[in-house]
Design a protein around this ligand. Sequence first.
Ligand code: HAM
Length: 425
Amino acid sequence: MARQLFSTPTGMHDFLPSDQPYWEKIRREIFDMAEFYDFGHVATPILEHQGVFEKSLGVASDVVEKEMFTLKTKGGDDLALRPENTAPVMRAYLEHGWESLPQPVKVFYLGPMFRHENPQAGRFRQFNQFGFEVLGSEDPVIDAELILIATNLLKDFGVKNLICEINSLGDKVCRVKYRVALKDYFRNNIKKMCPNCQRRFKNNPLRILDCKEERCREVIAKAPQILDFICEDCRSHFKKLLEFLEELEIPYTLNPHLVRGLDYYARTVFEIYAEERRSAQSALISGGRYDGLAELLGGKNVPAAGFAGGMERIINEMKEAKAKVSARSQPRIFLVQLGDLAKKKSLKILEEFRKNNILLAESLGKHSIKTQMKLADKWEVKLTLIFGQKEALDNEIIIRDMTSGMQETIPLTKLIGEVKKRLKS
Ligand code: HAM
């Protein structure tokens, strides 16, 4: 019978050692940026009550309607694997009474998110996001600071040619007027549009603006634009944000059809792309203001804004842009061991090097001296330590200088000091 091997579930991937330099770079830059701008690290559970997402993203959003991984616990709780982390952060704000802290509260996170999407390039069922959120301020300077951080992070990762698309969705009052105008407009055209748009027409007409189908794009192009409907306060908020961006010399493109798929957004929304791959699925970072979210979750009014970046998409982009990432540090010493006693004692030698913070390559799984010496050559080390049966019995070790070929036998007790001296010279 043919053996059947398991593979990862659809849309989920292993993160392999060869990708780690990219992950490490992203993590390092995020932690540095967070420290500079004084964002605290928050880690919320991977599972939340389903209601956290239903109430905040909206039951008509694609994420809640079609994409949540849900489960019932033995105790009868309805939980969901988090599809995003803004709602959990606001849940944490309300649960821990962060409104009594100095405002705004600034936090960042990184970790896996889950959406049951149709897997395709840049769209997975398990993916990793990092996010920065500022809770407790409605000042447009916060929106500008977030866009600055987002673009600078992407630049620090090595991604080039960024475009930042931006729009304002108004608040929940002025959006009602826009929704009515949109429905009036689409009512006359809906028969020409795709089944998805026909469905959205009923429960979420703003999402029609997102549709990528050619026949729908033609209709959408002539649709009323939200900026003509937003109120004076929202208009002035948006204007101030654009002035900050100009002051910071961050190029942006106004996209009147940018609506984002989640109910909690109000006022600013933005998406950042690498120019070459500006397509439906390629926003590297997306975010916006979600002033109404706290109320949707049963709390008081907490104006807030933030963004999240998709780490797999960004890593892909870093590879395209040939971004520099530091490879594993190169060891300058190799340990060759021969025989059972030497192998046993080698583990202790490795520990000594680790405690002294000196990188040492080894191949404990190999027996032949020839194979091990070949590996030492491959690593291009400066020193090879040769530890055979006799040396192990006498508590000694041979140090070979790989450039001169000179060898010397020294007591094990002097090994670390001798290696340090020779590495310096
Ligand atoms: P989002 O646009 O749903 O927004 O996701 C943010 C980013 O996560 C996207 O720009 C993309 O890079 C990545 N992403 C989303 N879905 C997938 C997927 N299926 N596969 C791979 N990458 C994906 C949010 O999640 C909001 N919470 C952002 C936010 C934070 N708004 C305010 N604060």
